[in-house]
Design a protein around this ligand. Structure first.
Ligand code: HPA
Length: 233
């Protein structure tokens, strides 16, 4: 039993969807999985295992930000033998052509976090997803008629940045959106030879300061979950 998840051996599937918000994890598990069983409630960071089209899958809340995500990922992989992790989350758009609700497949993750600088002794590592999982998600979205935009994202250490223009440099270099977890997910996955992909829906715009209604967020979140669940082996 691990410290923060505490599930019994065998209670977590080899493919896990992760969501920052544990209530989203619960919602997806209850709406999309057959026979979802809650294996953890420690710190309210809910985790569920059930089946989707007959295949076993888990959905785990991680909290927000790189350090919190790192704790859950580490335990999922080292203590429970997880082999594939698909993050379903939200981001703030920094490109004018992206609308609220658009779905992004994260092809790389830049960051202002120091975690990777420490690991890589001051040098830069380029965190990227598993190519096959990325291609499968792209194909699945096409089949389901869900428009997706593949492209680079930025994993920020702060949500509330003192500089209101902090995103502009990244926008100039083609980054699609700001979120807070993917650079860590892709790095940890690479180290432990695990497959990883982040799917994001645009919840707000740093350009226009508009944001999605709760209803819109919910609907788009389920679209992402459908793509993610199609990746279960
Ligand atoms: N910044 C960081 N993370 C986010 C944002 C944002 O603007 N919107 C949704 N997640």
């Amino acid at each position: 039993m691990s410290l923060h998840i505490g599930a019994k051996p065998g209670e977590i599937a080899e493919t896990v969807l992760i969501a920052g918000d544990p209530l989203r994890a619960k919602n997806v598990a209850e709406k999309m999985l057959e026979n979802p069983l809650c294996y953890s409630q420690i710190r309210g960071m809910l985790g569920f295992t059930g089946t989707y089209n007959g295949k076993r899958v888990s959905i785990q809340g991680t909290g927000m930000g790189l350090p919190s995500t790192a704790i859950y990922l580490h335990e999922l992989i080292s203590d429970y033998g997880v082999k594939k992790v698909v993050r379903i989350g939200t981001c703030g758009s920094i490109q004018e052509y992206l609308d609220i609700g658009d779905v992004i497949l994260a092809t790389s993750a830049s960051t202002d976090s120091n975690i990777n600088r420490l690991i890589f002794k001051g040098m830069d590592y380029a965190p990227t997803p598993d190519f096959e999982t990325l291609m499968r998600a792209h194909e699945a979205a096409k089949m389901m008629g869900i428009k997706v935009t593949p492209g680079p994202v930025f994993s920020a250490d702060s949500f509330y940045n003192a500089d209101p223009d902090h995103w502009k440099l990244w926008s100039e270099y083609g980054i699609l959106g700001m979120e807070m977890e993917t650079s860590l997910l892709y790095t940890v996955a690479a180290k432990f030879k695990v497959k990883a992909l982040t799917i994001l829906s645009v919840s707000d715009s740093l350009i226009t300061h508009s944001s999605a209604s709760a209803e819109e967020r919910e609907k788009k979140f389920m679209n992402m979950a459908k793509i993610a669940l199609s990746l279960v082996d």
